[in-house]
Design a protein around this ligand. Structure first.
Ligand SMILES: [Zn+2]
Length: 77
C-alpha cells in the first residue's frame, strides 16, 4: 500500500501517512493542519500509471508491425 510523505505547510513537520484511498483525510500529527505538501520520494504511482497508460495506448498504434497485428487488419486470425 502506498505510503506518502508530507510536509506540513503550517509548521513544517514532516510525516508519513498510509493512504488507503484518495478520500483519506491527511492532517498534521503536530498541529492538525490539513494544509500540506506531498513529497513523492517513496512512490509516484498515481502520476506514473496514468501517464504510462496514455503513452501505451498511443504507442500501441504507432509501430507498423504491431499496429497491423493489433486486430485492425485481422492478420491474427
Ligand atoms: Zn503542522
Amino acid at each position: 500500500m502506498p505510503i506518502f510523505e508530507y510536509v506540513c505547510d503550517d509548521c513544517g513537520e514532516r510525516y508519513e501517512q498510509i493512504v488507503l484511498s484518495k478520500s483519506t483525510k491527511i492532517s498534521c500529527p503536530k498541529c492538525e493542519s490539513s494544509k500540506h505538501t506531498i513529497q513523492l520520494s517513496v512512490f509516484a504511482a498515481p502520476a506514473n500509471s496514468s501517464k504510462s497508460s496514455n503513452g501505451g495506448s498511443s504507442a500501441s498504434g504507432a509501430p507498423s508491425g504491431g499496429g497491423c497485428c493489433g486486430g485492425a487488419c485481422g492478420c491474427r486470425n
